[in-house]
Design a protein around this ligand. Structure first.
Ligand SMILES: Cc1cc2nc3c(=O)[nH]c(=O)nc-3n(C[C@H](O)[C@H](O)[C@H](O)COP(=O)(O)OP(=O)(O)OC[C@H]3O[C@@H](n4cnc5c(N)ncnc54)[C@H](O)[C@@H]3O)c2cc1C
Ligand SMILES: NC(=O)c1ccc[n+]([C@@H]2O[C@H](COP(=O)([O-])OP(=O)(O)OC[C@H]3O[C@@H](n4cnc5c(N)ncnc54)[C@H](O)[C@@H]3O)[C@@H](O)[C@H]2O)c1
Length: 479
């Protein structure tokens, strides 16, 4: 049955992932009536099949890895993880795939929820196919924000569907560890899931086509993760591609590799990147190409569509595929929509309220592997590619008293990049156990453009891993 209702709101948000929710929160707080459209679960990929479940699987693995190396703790934590208990914890951290709590939050923020599949239907209009088959037409007075996120991208391998492969969804929601798991892709999802499932009892083979893992980061990050994964028993093979794969005996997958090798595993996970969820959202009705990433300017406005009413926020714009960075964009998009609705001039200068400057200058990210990898700003390769003149300063974290206290066998490295002309930090990578919480200090140093000379006055407490900041300054002074 199709009924034609036209409902008018100030703002329509398509997609109630973490990013869409935050856009709606900001526009609602600005006094604009806001409806959010969601086709699956309110909370999006992050809450149910990405950040939350994956970190719930990883935390016990990382904690155990540290604890078995702390004298006195070994007898208490020497046994393998209790996989059943970890998976039950993962279920709770994913709210048992129930979005009641998030729906309540939307209500408390004054945001209306419309369940269904949303599609643009021309300027400022959205058509929603509801679960009971109705079509609801929505009209926006001020703005439509597309926050439909991304999905796993599968390679064009012949017969891939017959493999019944895992994507990040199955890898984060599986009911039990497979006996053996082959993972294709040495990026963030690949290494995190290899760490988690190896620790939960699966025999993991990680297949990366580049020369090393985490190829977009400083090489030492991938080298440390490779070392630890191998110590944990995983088979890590770099520089290989999958040329063919088939299901055999229904219960296993046989994979043929470019180097002539073969891997047989119970399950195969493709962790080969993301594609935008933009195929079926009516992009053609506003002159855009379905299935493409949505390009925006720094105010998150889709400039290819005239009239400044269409915004793309979060994964779907490909600016930085992280929940925290999408939420940053959401706060900015919300402020921009509010300002335009009030007829105010935008303030879009560098680091100004209506500009997502951090998306290009300081995107923080933590890979929750053993050891953790924390990065923000430029790597050496990016600095070279963009013609930035930088000083590179390295320090071995294992030399710090705080690192020895943390775990006596500590291995890790830190690197900062200092812009030679401006004398400010423009990039930082920390690789080592427990470094995730160090990252915010580097993010502040970069965004606040703190002169390196002033950092001498930011005294790190003894004995903490933060003392790496002092050691990096000393290394730079003495080199
Ligand atoms: C395994 C894994 C682990 C990750 N871990 C982390 C992490 O630890 N930290 C981190 O910062 N990032 C992490 N990420 C990235 C993070 O999940 C994404 O950056 C984040 O979810 C993006 O949020 P979003 O709101 O843009 O999109 P999504 O979370 O994908 O949400 C989009 C929403 O839009 C809905 N939708 C799509 N199309 C329509 C439509 N036509 N109509 C209505 N609704 C629609 C979807 O159902 C979904 O609910 C991880 C990703 C993966 C795959
Ligand atoms: N801790 C976190 O914050 C976290 C965790 C997981 C994911 N994420 C986000 O999710 C995004 C997606 O992660 P991802 O690991 O899927 O993507 P990615 O881009 O990080 O890595 C994908 C890898 O797969 C490889 N690949 C692509 N096609 C291939 C093919 N046909 N055969 C073999 N290898 C192939 C690529 O070369 C790349 O190394 C990341 O960019 C990250 O921002 C964040």
């Amino acid at each position: 049955m199709t009924t034609e209702n036209i409902r008018t709101y100030d703002v329509i948000v398509i997609g109630a992932g973490p990013v869409g929710e935050n856009v709606a929160d900001r526009t609602s707080a600005a006094g604009l009536s806001t409806v959010i459209v969601e086709s699956e679960l309110v909370g999006g990929e992050c809450s149910y099949w990405a950040c939350e479940p994956s970190k719930a699987l990883l935390r016990p693995a990382l904690l155990r890895s540290d604890a078995v190396h702390v004298p006195g703790l070994d007898p208490a934590v020497g046994n393998p993880l209790d996989a059943e208990a970890v998976l039950a914890h993962r279920d709770r951290m994913s709210a048992d795939w129930n979005d009641d709590g998030q729906v309540d939050w939307l209500k408390s923020a004054g945001i209306e929820l419309l369940r269904g599949h949303g599609r643009l239907a021309g300027e400022r209009e959205v058509s929603v196919e509801t679960p009971d088959g109705d079509t609801v037409r929505l009209r926006a007075r001020h703005a439509v924000a597309v926050a439909t996120g991304s999905r796993a991208a599968l390679p064009p391998l012949p017969g891939i569907d017959d493999l019944r492969p895992w994507t990040s969804r199955e890898a984060t929601s599986a009911r039990k560890p497979p006996g053996s798991l082959a993972i294709v892709g040495g990026g963030v999802v690949g290494v995190e899931m290899a760490t988690a499932w190896q620790a939960l009892g699966s025999r993991v083979t990680l297949l990366a086509r580049e020369a090393g893992l985490l190829p977009r980061m400083e090489p030492f990050a991938g080298e440390l993760v490779t070392e630890r994964l191998r110590e944990a028993g995983a088979d890590v093979r770099c520089g290989v591609s999958v040329v063919a794969a088939e299901r055999i005996r229904d219960s296993q997958v046989r994979i043929t590799l470019s180097d002539g090798g073969e891997v047989v595993a119970d399950e195969i996970l493709f962790a080969t990147g993301r594609a935008p969820r933009s195929q079926d959202i009516g992009l053609d009705t506003v002159g855009l190409v379905p299935g493409e990433w949505l390009t925006t300017d720094d105010s998150l406005t889709v400039t290819a569509v005239p009239g400044n009413w269409l915004y793309a926020v979060g994964d779907v714009n490909r600016r930085a595929l992280f929940t925290h960075q999408g939420k940053y964009q959401a706060r900015i998009a919300g402020a921009v929509i509010g300002a335009r609705a009030r007829g105010e001039q935008l303030d879009t200068g560098r680091w100004a309220p209506h500009s997502g400057t951090a998306d290009t200058e300081a995107v923080p990210g933590v890979v929750f592997t053993d050891p953790e990898i924390a990065t923000v700003g430029l790597t050496v390769r990016e600095a070279e590619r963009t013609g930035r003149d930088v000083e590179v300063v390295d320090y071995e974290l294992g030399r710090l008293a705080g690192a020895h206290q943390y775990r006596p066998d500590y291995r890790g490295r830190a690197r900062i990049l200092v812009d030679r002309e401006r004398q400010v930090v423009v990039g930082a990578t920390f690789a080592g156990p427990g470094v995730a919480e160090l990252l915010y200090s580097a993010t502040v140093a970069i965004t606040a453009e703190v002169p390196v000379e002033r950092l001498w006055h930011a005294v790190p407490a003894f004995p903490t891993i933060s003392e790496v900041w002092l050691r990096l300054l000393e290394t730079r002074r003495d080199s």
